[in-house]
Design a protein around this ligand. Sequence first.
Ligand SMILES: [Zn+2]
Length: 418
Amino acid sequence: MFYRFILLCLGWLALAAPSRATNTVAVELTVHPATHSFSCRYTLTARSAAGLEQLALNLDKHLTVAKMRGPHLRAATARPFFDTFQQDTLRRLDLRFSRLRPQQTVTIEYGGPLPARFYTDSLLEFTPFANWLPTLPNREYELVTYRLRVRVPPTYQVVSTHAPRRHRAGYYEFAGTAPNIEITALAARRFTVLTSPPGPGAAVSIYKANRPANTLDSVLLDQARRIIRYHNRIIGGRDSIGQFTFLLPGTNRNAGGLLDNAAVVTYSDFDPRKPGELLILAHEISHKWWGYGTWNTYDNWLNEGFATYSGLLYLQAAGDTASFRRGLAQRRARAAGAPPIIGFDLRTSDYATLRRVEYDKATIVLHELHQRLGDAAFFRLLTATAAARIETTAAFLNLVEQQAGRPTREWLVRQLST
Ligand SMILES: [Zn+2]
């Protein structure tokens, strides 16, 4: 979901999740702007029908754990470990409980400095990029029900992907459902707020930290509304975007779409009048629908291939057929000779190959499926895929068979397997 260099948004490796029961998270974040640091009390209630007697959590190695506690916690340790997939050392928290229970609650108190990429003089960025939350390994993008309370000096304001439930000077409270890793807060001395004019179409808001609005912000607002109108028509017919939030921290790093009808755009010169940046914008907005594919397996093509093709379709719909064709040709060239999508092993691949498979090749396969089905049937399929929140290639193939018949399923399996 993220980028000018559209990065691997949904990333790493795979372990079976023991249960799909929704976990609950309470985050108490205290922001210390003077030292560009924070402290956090993170309470996780994890649920599993099979029962839980132990839990492992990953935390950024630069953060310090002060305390781990829970009503049935018997032992807790924190240790560094080298993750072969991320090729980095992480901090692993191992928690053992007194006995097997269908749910376990643990509170972790930790904190430390934010890396320099995530703050400016008067802005601190707590987004998925900043990696500031503990996460269940390989379940970082699993939906959780959360409550986020943020304390800041009274001279600071806080915004998130949607409006706070309550706030007063120095205190903000948000709640919702989102992937654990996407629980988000920006703290700044002030935010310039732009909102789309009333009328038909999605309500789009921009929160820009510490700077006045300029022409590019108006362009962003206008282009985002146009993209959302189009995407709602071809993808969102059964799950449309009614409101959308842009967070502009000004940290000049990347851009990324979030599942919760929001995107973070860090560039201070992001200009969607340029085709390449318009493509990024349309890609990121579409991640509102394309974020359920199992991200740590080859099923991630359901996120990145679909988002890339959705972005290209918007360029064409906006009348820029030349950029659409050029974008397809570039991806077709990069996809040539790439490994098959089905069975592609992220763990043993370098990032460039992953991009060729999950972004480029996946985009070409979708384009060919589009050509085979025609606009009406292909857009119906996109709409059904988004509404069903399809997670796996197998589930997508079943949907294709339902919508387009067995021969198209078999044709698609061949495209994904060669
Ligand atoms: Zn993406």
